[in-house]
Design a protein around this ligand. Structure first.
Ligand SMILES: [Mg+2]
Length: 221
């Protein structure tokens, strides 16, 4: 097995839910929206999976926002990435993994603007490669994006994939021949789907699983 560890970005390495909540609070204030707006925004967001065009089209329709969707989207890609922070435990865990000779890459579905999240949090300095679907031209669960991530690290496509999406990260990783770790985020695994190799709540736990797979429990700490 290659010493290759691939990580999803949103709600895996970075707490996207908290960042989005911070952006929403500001958006609600700036647009003078009613108090029920947060639950609508959260619903329309679909955990970040809906296109921002549809997202803002619907918010404009629901709340009578007069600013055009194009302008709202342009502003969003400035304001929203700036809302991201990274936990020090995550940085320490990635440093531990890399200190043991592992190559670490981010594999994320999304627009080029995903880069700003890595810059704002300095996460770009903590990884060996970054693959963003819009840049690569393939998105998870397509094996092509995992293969590209391995290539940027100079390794064969063989190792681990860590992520919070059962379809994109776990099923995609399994199909690419990777071992997988699911970030549960308080959810139960759907037992009708092929199980990941491990289920964890934090990045340090995921790194522990990866290191134990090689060194065993005694030497992984
Ligand atoms: Mg994710």
């Amino acid at each position: 097995m290659s010493a290759l560890a691939l990580f999803d970005l949103d709600n895996t390495l970075l707490d996207r839910a908290s960042a989005f909540a911070r952006w929403s609070k500001r958006f609600i204030e700036e647009n003078d929206l009613p108090s029920r707006a947060w639950s609508v925004i959260e619903h329309v967001d679909v955990d970040g999976t809906r296109s921002r065009r549809l997202f803002f089209d619907e918010l404009r329709a629901q709340f009578g926002i007069t600013t055009g969707s194009e302008d709202l989207i342009a502003r969003y890609y400035v304001d929203y990435p700036a809302c991201f922070t990274i936990e020090s435990e995550t940085v320490e865990a990635l440093r531990l993994l890399r200190s043991r000779g592992w190559k670490v890459a981010v594999v994320t579905n999304g627009p080029r603007a995903q880069w700003r999240k890595l810059e704002v949090t300095n996460l770009a300095d903590e990884v060996d490669g970054v693959c963003i679907s819009e840049v690569v031209g393939a998105q998870k669960p397509d094996t092509a994006i995992f293969r590209e991530a391995a290539r940027t690290c100079g390794l064969a496509l063989d190792g681990w994939m860590v992520g919070d999406s059962a379809s994109a990260d776990i099923a995609g990783g399994q199909r690419a021949g990777l071992r997988t770790i699911w970030m549960a985020r308080g959810r139960e695994w759907d037992l009708t789907q092929d199980s990941p190799d491990a289920i964890v709540s934090t990045i340090p736990e995921a790194v522990d699983v990866i290191l134990q797979s090689v060194y065993g429990p005694a030497l992984s700490a």
